[in-house]
Design a binder for this molecule. Structure first.
Ligand code: SAM
Length: 255
């Protein structure tokens, strides 16, 4: 999959994508991350790409023509008109589901704003998706674009060494991930749960499922959909729910 990041700071993207799993995935040819410098499409002799907002107000706005021409150059290069995700606090909140959906694209363009944002007309002209990474305002779209690249790349076959890692972790279904442990077996008196060291795969699987359910009930009960659970999950869910209810009644002094 090819990511084309339209930005005023391509080095920020290229450098961040040159570590660890993203670096390996690029070297293996599973993904490519391209930084497309919007400034190169400026016709201004000082290579300005921003101007004051019509109607007044603070800050500067990125102009439509260089953004549009940068996109057209990408289209010519790939011989198609790829999807364009504009990083904006006004977009839909990015989720694992959206990452999975975007991972099906052959080419994906990520558009990073800066200053007060981008002239609305080019957004209307080329943008297909608007993505926010949370309810806060950053100085630019580069960090959000990197968040999207990282989450999407992990969904692509072969990017993670072990295919199971993407399938079992938080948000892949409706459960958060179970707790993980590694050596040493005793850390400042805190022991690794016995069951994980016993070598019984079925017991380990059930323990993990139960812990995942428990973590989700404690931290993100909104993710749980009892009607979508298997019989096994439903059994664990009902049992834990009773335990939670008892605990809550006990803490209120009712038991
Ligand atoms: N004036 C804009 C507003 O209030 O929505 C904020 C512009 S912000 C300073 C500059 C750029 O950062 C935006 O165009 C967008 O690309 C990016 N950005 C900031 N916060 C973001 C967020 N939470 N998610 C995605 N992109 C964000």
């Amino acid at each position: 999959m090819d990511f084309y990041v339209m930005t005023l700071f391509p080095q920020m993207i290229l450098q961040a994508a040159s570590f660890s799993i993203l670096d390996r995935a690029q070297k293996q040819g599973r993904i490519s991350v391209h930084g497309v410098d919007i400034r190169e499409y400026s016709h201004n002799k000082h290579r300005h790409v921003d101007d004051a907002p019509y109607g007044g107000g603070a800050g500067m706005v990125m102009q439509a023509p260089p953004v549009y021409e940068a996109y057209e150059a990408i289209c010519r290069k790939v011989g198609a008109r790829p999807r364009v995700a504009y990083m904006t606090p006004a977009g839909e909140t990015f989720t694992q589901k959206k990452a999975r959906e975007l991972a099906r694209e052959e080419n994906l363009v990520l558009l990073c704003g800066h200053y007060e944002g981008i002239d609305q007309r080019v957004i209307d002209e080329i943008v297909t998706d608007e993505i926010s990474i949370g309810d806060y305002v950053l100085t630019g779209g580069e960090l959000p674009a990197l968040v999207v690249i990282d989450a999407v790349a992990r969904m692509i076959d072969g990017v993670l060494g072990n295919e199971e890692s993407a399938g079992e972790e938080s948000f892949s279904g409706m459960l958060l991930e179970y707790p993980q442990y590694t050596r040493p077996a005793d850390f400042r008196g805190r022991k690794v749960p016995e069951i994980l060291m016993g070598g019984n795969h079925e017991e380990v699987r059930l323990w993990r499922l139960e812990r995942a359910m428990e973590t989700t009930m404690e931290k993100r009960p909104d993710l749980l959909r009892p009607e979508g659970m298997s019989r096994e999950e439903r059994g664990i869910y009902e049992r834990l729910r009773e335990k939670f209810l008892e605990k809550s009644l006990a803490s209120k002094g009712h038991l």
